[in-house]
Design a protein. Structure first.
Ligand code: KIV
Length: 273
């Protein structure tokens, strides 16, 4: 059964809850397979730009592109809560426009939206919740900040910046977000921010103490051509398996071994005449 945002909000490990498991998906087969694997949430991440569209950053993605992928994921009807990332600049310029953009993702099949940033996002979070759209936060190494960070760098490495991150998380909680992704921070920060909140944290490169963990589909399955980040555990190496299957198909076609009689439609009586 699909977990609702209010149900997810209660999933604190310190209260005895099981850790939340979230994996990204960007299309129907991905969503179907990930759901069959027993995840609690599917994230239609703007990492689609990196792992599906071959881009270095997530900065060129539009709401229309995200909606297209959300619709494909929702088509799996997998009974899993779908979180849709709000693309860069879809919630930065104007609050009313942000609500319309989030609504487009909800109408495409998302159950909630995720956006990056802390105190500067208070107004937009409030407006989305006023429009009855559940919001997940995202703090730490927020990939949409790559230019101001000067690269994809671990964040909250000083006491001051760690305190700011925890304050940001508390402000987002006060505004009513139901969970927060914490990405790319020292484990001690992941641990402290989780302890400081009543809502669950979902970590990626934030150590073992968050209330859940998220990985990108292509990283988990060995489908990227980049060196995996430190925090990635690769559970399968499907890239070489796919290449091997395709090369066997190519060899069979070239040898005249494909298709065989069983793989072709029978000829109706009299067609040869
Ligand atoms: O877009 C994405 O996949 C994400 C995860 C890294 C949390 O935001």
């Amino acid at each position: 059964m699909t977990l609702s945002a209010p149900t997810i909000r209660l999933r604190k490990r310190r209260n005895g809850a099981d850790p939340l498991v979230m994996v990204t998906a960007y299309d129907e087969p991905g969503a179907r397979l990930v759901a069959a694997g027993g995840v609690d949430l599917i994230l239609v991440g703007d990492s689609v730009a990196n792992v599906m569209l071959g881009q270095e950053t997530t900065l060129n993605l539009s709401v229309e592109q995200m909606s297209h992928h959300v619709r494909a994921v929702a088509a799996a009807r997998a009974g899993v809560h779908i979180v849709a990332d709000m693309p860069w600049l879809s919630y930065h310029v104007d609050v009313a426009e942000s609500v319309r953009n989030a609504a487009a993702l909800i109408r495409s099949g998302a159950d909630s939206v995720k956006l990056e940033g802390g105190r500067v996002r208070r107004d937009v979070v409030r407006a989305l919740l006023d429009a009855q759209i559940p919001v997940m936060g995202h703090l730490g190494l927020t990939p949409q900040s790559v230019l101001t960070f000067g690269g994809f760098k671990v964040q909250a490495k000083t006491l001051e910046s760690a305190k700011l991150l925890i304050e940001d998380a508390q402000l987002l909680q006060e505004e009513g977000v139901f969970a927060i992704v914490i990405e790319g921070v020292p484990s001690v920060v992941g641990s402290h921010v989780t302890a400081a909140l009543e809502i669950p944290t979902i970590g990626i490169g934030a150590g073992p103490d968050t209330d859940g963990q998220v990985l990108v589909f292509h990283d988990l399955l060995g489908l990227t051509n980049r060196a995996p980040a430190k925090f990635v555990r690769q559970y399968a190496n499907l890239g070489p398996a796919i290449t091997e299957a395709v090369s066997q198909f190519a060899a069979d076609v070239r040898r005249g071994d494909f298709p065989n009689a069983d793989e072709a439609y029978a000829n109706p009586e009299g067609l040869f005449d």
